[in-house]
Design a protein. Structure first.
Length: 115
């Protein structure tokens, strides 16, 4: 099983910003579309944002205008810039292919937002 490595999470006050990074395997990255997903305690894991090979992005309504997904094909890295964070954004954030593949789920990175 090949896991993706996420980093950049932490504790931030409401209104603050964080930048998450994901360094997937070459095989995962080459699959094309990549996405960020999040899971809060007691809730299901949901997609937050996705980006295809050409840079086309898509976002869940609750993060539009606040989050930006991007990718650096030279570094094979996917980013999630999160601004104006809210307490309801707190979750474990994971990256994966989009749609996700079970073989690529990693530990994720914890984002905590204090009010």
């Amino acid at each position: 099983q090949v896991q993706l490595v996420e980093s950049g999470g932490g504790l931030v006050q409401a209104g603050g910003s964080l930048r998450l990074s994901c360094a997937p395997s070459t095989r995962a990255y080459a699959s094309g579309s990549m996405g960020w997903f999040r899971q809060a305690p007691g809730k299901e894991r949901d997609v937050v944002a996705s980006i295809n090979w050409n840079g086309r992005t898509d976002y869940v309504d609750s993060v539009k205008g606040r989050f930006t997904i991007s990718r650096d094909n030279a570094k094979k890295t996917v980013y999630l810039q999160m601004n104006s964070l809210r307490p309801e954004d707190a979750a474990v954030y994971c990256c994966n292919t989009s749609p996700p593949s079970d073989q690529y789920w990693g530990q994720g990175t914890q984002v905590t937002v204090s009010s």
